[in-house]
Design a protein around this ligand. Structure first.
Ligand code: SF4
Length: 260
């Protein structure tokens, strides 16, 4: 791959030095430094571009072992399923915001019951009631960035402290903001390696995988939702809209902060 192409896919980390943990910090024995993680990610991004999702998943679990997890929004369980085949027993982190649709929690429970993975539900520091008491009710309607920080971003950072690398289900065809998603990248802010094994998949690829392996899918997709998040910030999509158009539809906001 040319440097130009690597750059356009976000494979070249331009984020400067890792801020999450500096190279001068004392590392536990056997832990990789941020510089080592960055070098691993840059090599893998070029080597694994265009490879099957299973190969990318195997590289991730072979490389990071117990210091690796899958994150899932439980919109569907495709990525969790891929990893369950490649690395049975892998940790799957679910951010339980307290504001999910029942259909989403049903997928989470089905995954925990039927797949060979270890589902970890991570909760915010405050319940919804405690947050209402401290910030006022319906923070999501007044300051969704603040609400997402409290209920998603901080819990993810807390969960990821146990790992050097994590996988997501991000795909390039989901929205313009995700069009340059690399299959592997170094997240300089977190100081960790982010793996996106299905970045190059289309919705048709996802549908084929679901059908072939009978993977659990959120029932909301059959009810007109193109993308599924917390219930206060998700609406059905209309014909012709991109799948994520129903997220934070009242705001300019397009991402919850987990992937920026
Ligand atoms: Fe809050 Fe909405 Fe973000 Fe969920 S998606 S954490 S309800 S702002």
């Amino acid at each position: 791959m040319s440097l130009l192409n690597a750059s356009s896919l976000g494979l070249i980390d331009l984020g400067g030095s890792a801020s999450a943990s500096s190279s001068s910090a004392v590392l536990e024995p056997g832990r990789r430094s941020p510089e080592e993680l960055r070098a691993l990610a840059l090599d893998a991004a070029q080597a694994l571009e265009g490879k099957p999702a299973e190969e990318i998943a195997k590289w991730a679990t072979d490389t990071f072992g117990a210091r690796f997890c899958v994150t899932s929004s439980m919109a569907d369980a495709v990525v969790a399923h891929i990893f369950s085949r490649v690395a049975p027993g892998v940790d799957v982190v679910f951010l339980d915001t307290g504001l999910h649709f029942p259909e989403t929690l049903k997928v989470r429970d089905t995954v925990a019951r039927t797949m060979n993975v270890n589902v970890r539900s991570i909760r915010p520091r405050m319940t919804v009631g405690q947050q209402d008491g401290e910030y006022g009710p319906r923070l999501f309607a007044r300051s969704p960035d603040e609400c997402c920080f409290l209920r998603k971003v901080e819990p993810l950072e807390r969960a990821l402290s146990d790992y050097d690398s994590w996988a997501t289900g991000l795909r390039r065809d989901e929205s313009p903001t995700r069009a340059n998603t690399p299959v592997v990248a170094f997240d300089a802010k977190k100081g960790k390696v982010k793996v996106n094994p299905i970045a190059a998949w289309t919705q048709a690829d996802v549908d084929r995988y679901i059908s072939r392996w009978n993977v659990p899918v959120n029932e909301l997709f059959k009810k007109g939702y193109g993308s599924v998040g917390c219930w206060p910030c998700t609406r059905r999509t209309k014909a012709g809209e991109d799948p994520r158009a129903g997220r934070w539809a009242m705001f300019e906001k397009t991402e919850c902060g987990l992937h920026v």
